[in-house]
Design a protein around this ligand. Structure first.
Ligand SMILES: *Cc1c(COP(=O)(O)O)cnc(C)c1O
Length: 391
């Protein structure tokens, strides 16, 4: 039997990357050696200190920490480590009720929408942007009002571009800096403006800070909670995935407005059972040692960033080195007239190199492509050589 899919699944936008995946398989069949530089998933190992913590936590076969539900006896060390991290890192003091651990930000973004949106509600998301914001809204029965991030504004969301009616009705406004896919960073006054917008229109400002630790050249990324009074309207999604090369471990946090955090916790109580308690201890160990664990990871990305930007600029691009994230965001060559899908397909079929077309992040991502720095130097170099040879 073929069962019909739910309307909510039917409402999801077509998965652009599925088509590219087919083209990738076809290219491989024709004997082309495909080199992927498209996915943002760290190749570098999780730091030893964290892995050793895990080995210690699971050494005893009789220890329930290595097999039982993590939600029933949560390790207080994890939320405590989040609080300590916010204090050390940003000077932000958090109360217990302002902190929720998560099984990663992707899960938490959807859970959060389920916790604060009603069917028919609208929420605001940037385009280009992380597709999960919209997916959360759709799963909650709501709608997304898309706001463009434009190169001429440094890819900062323009609050004045949000129609008054949308501002009045919206439940959530998503922002994310350092930004995926554009690599843009936002100054403190941007976060102040966001908080002001939330206060004026009674909208939750949800800041996705997935890349707050992936920064270069001495740049230090702010937290929205550094804005005085931000906890009245804002929540921040932090993830250990990119900061500590822990994507598979599934650990993160949501902190800020206590009522919004509480709504998320209730959803979590009802739909997930948390992560293994051993992982919770490891997440705490990671956060408690961020000052020593993060810089060596960033040194690798910084070296690859310099290599990638150098290679593209030598071939005629005029890119500034991104100050943060694990990506390069570049315009497609002129002869593709802004068609990122055509560029990505052509690149794949003639050179075997797989990049991400900007269109995959929504209509205003068109004209750009994204390279991920999460591949070994030699792989990245080979891919760049092929791109440069083709353009
Ligand atoms: C990678 C990423 C996340 C989530 O990562 P998790 O592994 O689910 O914590 C969230 N937002 C953006 C923008 C990302 O790129």
């Amino acid at each position: 039997m073929d069962f019909e899919r739910s309307q909510r699944l039917q409402k999801l936008p077509p998965y652009l990357f599925a088509a590219l995946r087919q083209k990738m398989a076809a290219a491989r069949e024709r004997g082309i050696k495909v080199i992927r530089i498209d996915i943002g998933d760290p190749d570098t190992a999780t730091p030893d200190l964290i892995v050793q913590e895990m080995q210690k936590r699971i050494a005893d076969p009789g220890d329930p920490d290595r097999h039982r539900y993590g939600c029933d006896r949560p390790a207080a060390e994890f939320p405590e480590a989040i609080k300590s991290f916010y204090k050390r890192r940003w000077g932000v003091s958090l109360k217990d009720e302002q902190v929720s651990i998560t099984t990663g930000s992707k899960d938490a973004i959807v859970q959060f929408a389920l916790g604060v949106m009603n069917p028919g509600d609208v929420a605001i998301a940037p385009v280009p942007g992380y597709p999960t914001y919209n997916i959360g809204h759709v799963f909650a029965g709501g709608f997304t009002h898309q706001v463009p991030l434009k190169p001429e504004n440094g890819f900062l969301l323009d609050f004045d571009a949000i129609p008054a009616e949308v501002a009045r009705l919206a439940k959530i406004l998503w922002i994310s800096y350092p930004n995926n896919p554009t690599t843009a960073i936002a100054p403190m006054e941007f976060f102040s403006r966001a908080v002001e917008f939330g206060r004026k229109h009674n909208v939750i400002i949800a800041h996705d800070a997935a890349y707050s630790e992936n920064t270069y050249d001495g740049y230090v990324s702010p937290s929205i909670l550094q804005v005085p009074g931000a906890e009245d309207v804002a929540v921040e999604f932090f993830s250990l995935s990119k900061a500590f090369s822990m994507t598979g471990w599934r650990a993160g946090s949501v902190v800020g407005n206590a009522s919004a955090v509480s709504a998320l916790k209730t959803v979590k109580d009802n739909v997930d059972n948390g992560q293994l308690r051993a992982i919770q201890f490891c997440a705490a160990a990671a956060l408690n040692n961020a000052e020593t664990l993060v810089p060596p990871i960033n040194a690798i990305y910084q070296r690859r960033r310099d290599m990638a930007v150098g290679a593209l600029n030598a071939a005629g691009w005029r890119l500034a080195k991104p100050k943060a994230t694990i990506y390069i965001w570049a315009p497609v060559p002129e002869r593709y007239k802004g068609d990122s899908g055509a560029f990505a397909t052509d690149l794949l079929e003639t050179t075997g190199v797989m990049v991400t077309p900007g269109r995959g992040y929504g209509q205003w991502g068109e004209g750009f492509f994204r390279i991920s720095l999460t591949y070994p130097d030699a792989v990245l170099k080979e891919a760049l050589d092929r791109i440069v040879a083709m353009t």
